[in-house]
Design a protein around this ligand. Structure first.
Ligand code: NAP
Length: 245
């Protein structure tokens, strides 16, 4: 993967940061996208470089198409065309459906679905033209099973499955692939912020009896980004400790 240009949305923290670091270990050129956490994004850049890669931090709110197009131009200026796009940026605004406002619904769908739409539109030609173009979308176990208080998030994550498989059909004409990784509960701020009681329940319901680590997701994403996954497309790969068994 040496020298490949990879764009990781939402890589200032959490799973995205783990993916960026792992790509750094593979000597990739990594665009570390973030929205608000500038300092954290620069720390990710340092980690990628310490790991052996090259990186830039690029601010863009993925819900804003103009900002995403400006990000693409920055990536082109720094590294040239992208080979890999990882749609990872995400938020949750959990509330029981009966109390959910339209704003909470829209905000979550916008980041996950409009965000994936904007970024994939912006980098589609790059991925299609790359010899080993890769689109990788981060969904969630919740997209398959639903989850109490997450009607907005589960709907967005389920949408990512259809998006991934459709893009797999369309990108296949160009010899590029589109796959999805569906993590279970991973130890990041998104999960750490949950009440201890809920975290204990999640551990109990997970056959491997623990939360996942960002590196365990990053490993699968890097495999999909590499030429080792060349005949895999349209797949949804679970990384969930057996939580759905
Ligand atoms: P996290 O630590 O909160 O990281 C979220 C990242 O997304 C941050 O870098 C954040 O950047 C970025 N982001 C949020 N809104 C954005 C926007 N509008 N534009 C650009 N960047 C934006 O959460 P995480 O757990 O690593 O989640 C990463 C992805 O994995 C998400 O898609 C999430 O749904 C998915 N996932 C997580 C879990 C889990 O258990 N943690 C499980 C399944 C799936 P700023 O801080 O700079 O805003």
């Amino acid at each position: 993967m040496q020298g490949k240009t990879c764009v990781v949305t939402g890589s200032s923290t959490g799973i995205g940061r783990g993916i960026a670091e792992r790509l750094g270990e593979n000597e990739c050129q990594v665009a570390v996208n973030y929205r608000g956490s500038e300092e954290a994004a620069h720390e990710t850049v340092e980690r990628v470089e310490d790991a052996g890669g090259t990186a830039i931090a690029v601010r863009a709110d993925v819900t804003d198409l103009d900002a995403v197009e400006a990000m693409r131009d920055e990536v082109h200026d720094a590294f040239g065309q992208a080979d890999v796009l990882i749609n990872n940026a995400g938020i949750n605004q959990d509330v029981k459906f009966e109390a959910m406002t339209h704003e909470e619904w829209d905000t979550v769908l916008d980041v996950h679905l409009d965000g994936a739409f904007h970024c994939t539109q912006a980098f589609y030609d790059d991925i299609a033209a790359s010899e080993q173009g890769r689109l990788i979308n981060i969904s969630s176990i919740v997209g398959k099973g639903g989850n109490f208080g997450q009607a907005n998030y589960a709907t967005a994550k389920a949408g990512i499955f259809g998006f991934t498989r459709t893009l797999a059909l369309e990108l296949a004409r160009e010899g590029s692939t589109s796959n999805c990784v569906a993590p279970g509960f991973i130890s990041t701020r998104m999960v750490e912020d949950l009440p201890d009681r809920i975290k204990a329940e999640i551990r109990e319901d997970t056959p491997l009896n623990r939360l996942g680590d960002v590196r365990e997701v990053a490993e699968v994403v890097c495999f999909l980004a590499s030429d080792r996954s060349s005949f895999i497309t349209g797949e949804i790969i679970d990384v969930n400790g057996g939580k759905d068994l």
